[in-house]
Design a protein around this ligand. Structure first.
Ligand code: EPU
Length: 423
């Protein structure tokens, strides 16, 4: 299992290119199931989760041709013969559920292993299932699999009980090929949903209202091929911004899109990060110890749960006290115990953490527990006195593209240790 060894104390400086967004790439790859024509995705990040999704789709019969030099892949679903997402795939990546809507809409059936709980929370998929049932699908559970059938999905008005990102994406994709009009109420407004809608529209879908909580989809008989550039990863960009602030660095984040990152940019500015928004990216710099910023995670456009751990790391070294409330996932504070091992002073009271900033963290052996928790630990480690060893870095590889290479190019002292060897 890979580990990171990080020597704290370097200030980040230079240029970094922000990759395509993981949480946009995953639904977009599944959108290939909606058409027999080729779908080309550019700016596809070479991440572990993207590999898993490509493998899952290839297993159904989707033809995949990759152009790694161009970070692009073309997918063609003209010979799909296995309408399923097996347990082995779903257990390693919950986003596998995103094949359910497209398969059902185009082929009239799907079998997708029911995702279990995960490290950050229970994460049920009941809203995906109820939405598809409202569109006429017959769904039952069989040996741990969701088994779904529908001769043709029908448009419906669906109000989800809570805002769900992949739930909205699944229902949006399903609705493109349904008979009649589907209205999604309480829809997720996340930029990744907007990116998906744009691609679906380029494929011939009729969609209005993406980016708002009411999306209207007029179903069509068939969709065609398209070429789509995946949006820049706003969470990767936010992670680098937080790292610049924590290390008092000076970095240009090429391709970062400030428009998609309102709440993150606002909180980081309050914490003392100076930013200049340019057409092709964001220049960020900091010279002083961060100011504490209190925050509460909530669906977009509020502060993203996927940035909570990184801001917690910044608050851990800030000049004062802050509160961090997590409202999306019930167990997303696991990085707190690890940050405490590094000398952070954090108390948890229910869904709120009270963070008393300390002048300096100290290097320690810590464990990554999920993707964004790992990113928070990397930020903390870069500010700490001495060396930090972060175990289970595979979490990070799921969602950050060559993070250690990017950080090293900015002057950080990060080494990956692979089963006894150092790189
Ligand atoms: N929920 C239900 N029932 C459902 C669906 C969701 O109860 O049917 C609950 C969840 O348990 C959670 C809340 O609703 O408490 C919101 O979950 P959501 O469905 O929005 O999360 P998701 O779609 O499974 C995506 C991202 C996550 C990100 C969340 C929240 C992808 C592939 N994943 O997950 O990304 O944290 O939205 O913004 O888009 C990450 O990248 O590290 C990550 C975890």
């Amino acid at each position: 299992m890979d580990r990171f060894l990080i020597q704290g104390g370097s200030r980040l400086h230079g240029d970094v290119v922000i990759s395509g967004a993981k949480n946009s790439a995953l639904p977009l790859l599944c959108a290939s199931l909606l058409t027999a024509q080729p779908l080309t995705l550019r700016n596809l990040p070479p991440l572990h989760d993207v590999r898993t999704m490509l493998k899952l789709l290839a297993g159904t019969g989707v033809r995949v041709s990759e152009d790694p030099t161009d970070e692009a892949a073309t997918l063609q679903a003209n010979a799909v013969d296995r309408l399923e997402a097996p347990y082995e795939m779903v257990k390693t990546m919950r986003a596998s559920i995103l094949v359910l809507g497209p398969m059902l809409a185009r082929f009239g059936e799907a079998r997708v292993s029911l995702p279990g709980g995960c490290a950050i929370g229970q994460r049920p998929v009941d809203q995906h299932i109820r939405g598809l049932q409202a569109m006429g699908a017959e769904i039952h559970l069989e040996h741990g699999d969701i088994v779904a059938k529908a001769s043709r999905l029908r448009g419906a008005t669906i109000a989800t009980d809570m805002v769900t990102v992949t739930g909205t994406e699944n229902l949006l994709m399903a609705a493109t090929l349904a008979e009649g009009t589907t209205t999604l109420l309480n829809a997720a407004c996340e930029p990744e949903v907007v990116d998906l809608a744009r691609c679906l529209r380029a494929m011939g879908a009729q969609i209005e209202g993406e980016g708002t909580d009411r999306i209207v989809v007029h179903g069509v008989e068939a969709l065609g091929g398209a070429e789509h550039p995946i949006m820049a990863d706003r969470i990767e960009a936010g992670t680098f911004l937080a790292a610049v602030l924590a290390t008092r660095g000076d970095v240009f984040l090429r391709r970062a899109c400030a428009e998609d990152m309102g709440a993150t940019v606002q909180k980081l500015a309050q914490a003392g990060l100076e930013m200049e928004i340019a057409r092709d990216g964001i220049r960020a710099r900091a010279q002083q110890r961060p100011q504490p910023v209190s925050l509460r995670t909530a669906p977009y456009p509020a502060f993203a749960t996927d940035m909570q751990a990184q801001l917690m790391a910044v608050n851990a070294i800030a000049d004062g006290v802050s509160t961090v409330s997590e409202t999306i996932f019930e167990n997303r504070f696991m990085h707190v115990q690890e940050l405490r091992r590094m000398g952070a002073s954090i108390d948890i009271d229910g869904h709120t953490a009270v963070v008393k900033g300390v002048e300096r963290l100290t290097g320690a052996r810590v464990m990554a527990t999920d993707l964004r928790a790992s990113a928070g630990l990397v930020i903390a480690a870069m500010t700490a006195d001495g060396e930090t060893e972060i175990d289970r870095i595979y979490h990070l590889d799921r969602g950050y593209d060559r993070m250690e290479d990017k950080l090293r190019a900015l002057g950080a002292q990060v080494r990956r240790v692979t089963s006894g060897a150092t790189q």
